[in-house]
Design a protein around this ligand. Structure first.
Ligand SMILES: NC(=O)c1ccc[n+]([C@@H]2O[C@H](COP(=O)([O-])OP(=O)(O)OC[C@H]3O[C@@H](n4cnc5c(N)ncnc54)[C@H](O)[C@@H]3O)[C@@H](O)[C@H]2O)c1
Length: 268
């Protein structure tokens, strides 16, 4: 019998996961979606022959065994609490929410509920997880995007930063991962995912946020130091056409996580 999947938030990422499920992922069947704008969500999914039932966000866990979270970070706490209370598996992409609300992570494991965080717009989680077995000494992330990618972020509003006036590359935030998650909840999920995988305290992970008007890709430069290995790598992700603040890699990582679950063979 296939595992029933509900998709909470059918925007750029949620719609891509819906499409993959409709087209076929072994062991899973798409049973429900939840979105504030179901008509827009249906158009984004772009599979007119598949009639996806839309339910209220708080009802997704009544219908689904696994829930794909692809919501704004602010909507994540309620969904997580409901999903964990019902013992569901939550595949969570808005990892910044787990730094902003650290209590949520502790709900995993209660009543058999699980929270799975895919690599999202980051990569190299296999190496980071492996190094964490022995203890990671230091981790640092430098994220660089076009200035407008940060529009509406709490830090930009609070500091009254004029993004249009940024004419060349500059650092707009430097601090630790917990402050970065609160300052840029929609932009630095990678910092949260890196922190959670490293098992360091969020206060011990350094984050620099840069704006560069000349960029075409969202760049993430990661340095992770263990006792015997140092990982240093850079990702260049083109913005997702459906949401320039996201990257296609994030949606693909969710789809890959689902496929891995039923695979008889996997690497990494
Ligand atoms: N982990 C990562 O590396 C990574 C990378 C990219 C994006 N993200 C995060 O993934 C999440 C989704 O990104 P996206 O690009 O799909 O965003 P999006 O804006 O395209 O989609 C979000 C959807 O959620 C819906 N929504 C908002 N509030 C809702 C509510 N209360 N109930 C039901 N639906 C609601 C919106 O209508 C929208 O369709 C964001 O939090 C984003 O920051 C994480």
């Amino acid at each position: 019998m296939s595992i029933k999947v509900g998709v909470a938030g059918v925007g750029a990422i949620g719609a891509a996961v819906c499409r993959a499920l409709i087209d076929g992922i072994d062991g899973f069947s798409l049973c429900a979606g939840a979105d504030l704008a179901p008509d827009k969500a249906r158009a984004l999914i772009h599979r007119p022959d598949f009639d996806l039932p839309f339910v209220k966000l708080e009802e997704v866990a009544d219908h689904a065994d696994w829930i794909i979270e692809a919501l704004p970070a602010a909507a994540v706490p309620d969904l997580t609490r409901t999903a964990m209370a019902k013992g569901r598996t939550l595949v969570l992409i808005s990892s910044a929410a787990l730094l902003i609300h650290p209590d949520l992570k502790d709900l995993a494991g209660q009543k058999d509920g699980r929270i799975l965080v895919p690599s999202g717009a980051l990569a190299g989680m296999d190496g980071i997880n492996a190094l964490a077995e022995q203890g990671i000494l230091r981790a640092k992330l430098v994220t660089t995007k076009k200035p407008q990618a940060y529009s509406g972020a709490p830090y930009i509003v609070q500091e009254q930063i004029d993004l249009d006036a940024i004419g060349s590359a500059r650092t707009i935030f430097s601090g630790h991962a917990r402050d970065a998650a609160a300052a840029f909840p929609a932009n630095v999920n990678v910092a949260a995912t890196l922190t959670l995988a490293s098992r360091l305290s969020p206060e011990d992970v350094q984050v620099e946020v840069r704006a560069d008007p000349a960029l075409t890709a969202n760049c993430h430069e990661v340095t992770v130091e263990g006792r015997y290995s140092t990982l240093h790598f850079k990702l260049e992700n083109l913005p997702d056409p459906a949401n320039p603040k996201s990257s296609t890699l994030a949606a693909l990582s969710m789809i890959a996580a689902l496929r891995r679950h039923s695979a008889g063979f996997w690497v990494g």
